[in-house]
Write a protein that binds this ligand. Sequence first.
Ligand code: S3P
Length: 177
Amino acid sequence: ITLPVHLRRIVLTGFMGSGKSTIGRLLAQQLGWEFLDLDAHIESRTGSTVPELFAQHGEAHFRQLESSALASALGRSSTVLALGGGTPESLTNRLLLEQTPGTLTIFLDATFETLFDRCVLQGPGDPVIARPVLADPDQARARFISRQPSYRRLARLTLDTETLSPDETTAMLLLSL
Ligand code: S3P
């Protein structure tokens, strides 16, 4: 694969269950790049898990940690970065992503029903404990709807993952670079 010379990082965005981490890992492998998961980056910077951060300090605090972890993550090159599902809700985060040169953002799309099922099937453990935002399905659906414009605005490319396996989505993505 010949990559555009100015391309320094690929950022994957989309709702929970869209495959950001799975596809990010596969893509990084194919490119010989590093993979970084923003949630994991927050967890290693704070020493707490995402559910712990939500439970102990609330979502607003988590969002602050997320923004500073994003700024740090965008300093890396030759990296595939998987955002959290809520990262593009913040205007600051969107500006940071748009204004960091060499950053290609890709939106992994699917319907809410498919995404929700994937999260529930993903295991191990309780999907709601792993993802506090899923605790209230109606609220999760409302967030899914309200986030769509942010995902789309941010991304230069949208891939429909509804009926594709992670391997197929990764192959499609490589073809679109
Ligand atoms: C969230 C998504 C999660 C994680 C946190 C909040 C959200 O990331 O950042 O639980 O608001 O959609 P994933 O999309 O990687 O599950």
